[in-house]
Design a protein around this ligand. Structure first.
Ligand SMILES: [Zn+2]
Ligand SMILES: [Zn+2]
Ligand SMILES: [Zn+2]
Length: 172
């Protein structure tokens, strides 16, 4: 369970304590899958989180109208390492993406990583996260690499987001 559970999440998305507005901006670390060709992104990628992972990865909720912050936590959203979030948002991934598969030399890999994302919520508005960093940019962290042609898979050492040694907690 993250620092925010389903009930706390729903509460934080209720009317703003200061102005009553129900339009909020969420910041979250969300799972994104991208196909890579010779070490470069082949596409913009796609979100692969579900609703529970969305709640789990949320680290800030603020009112859009008056900027009142309803929830904020500086711990790493993946491993809960204290105060690890600001560093994670400004550093590049420690896991490099090789140009070719080390096992079969194929040029195409599929990676799954954690992308910082911003989401605006409101009544009747389906959440559509916008990535704030793409693969290779500060803030994006590679978690798993897999070859498209063979069964080669590599996983980031320790916590993929902040690099702490772990152990990693269960995710929903
Ligand atoms: Zn407000
Ligand atoms: Zn391969
Ligand atoms: Zn971490």
């Amino acid at each position: 369970m993250g620092h925010l559970d389903e009930a706390g999440f729903t509460r934080a998305l209720g009317p703003c304590a200061s102005c009553g507005s129900t339009v909020h901006q969420l910041d979250a670390y969300l799972d994104r899958q991208i196909s890579m060709m010779l070490g470069d992104a082949n596409d913009e990628g796609r979100w692969v989180h579900d609703g529970e992972k969305f709640v789990d990865g949320t680290f800030r909720i603020a009112c859009v109208a008056c900027k009142q912050v309803g929830f904020e936590h500086a711990a790493c959203p993946r491993c809960h390492h204290d105060d690890a979030l600001p560093g994670a948002l400004t550093t590049r991934s420690r896991t490099a993406v090789p140009k070719r598969c080390p096992a079969c030399n194929d040029t195409e890999l599929t990676i799954t990583g954690f992308a910082p994302a911003t989401v605006r919520t409101g009544v009747g508005r389906p959440p559509a996260p916008t990535p704030r960093a793409l693969v290779g940019e500060p803030g994006f962290h590679v978690a798993v690499l897999a070859c498209d042609a063979c069964d080669w898979v590599a996983v980031a050492d320790g916590c993929p987001i902040c690099g702490s040694a772990g152990p990693l907690r269960e995710r929903p």
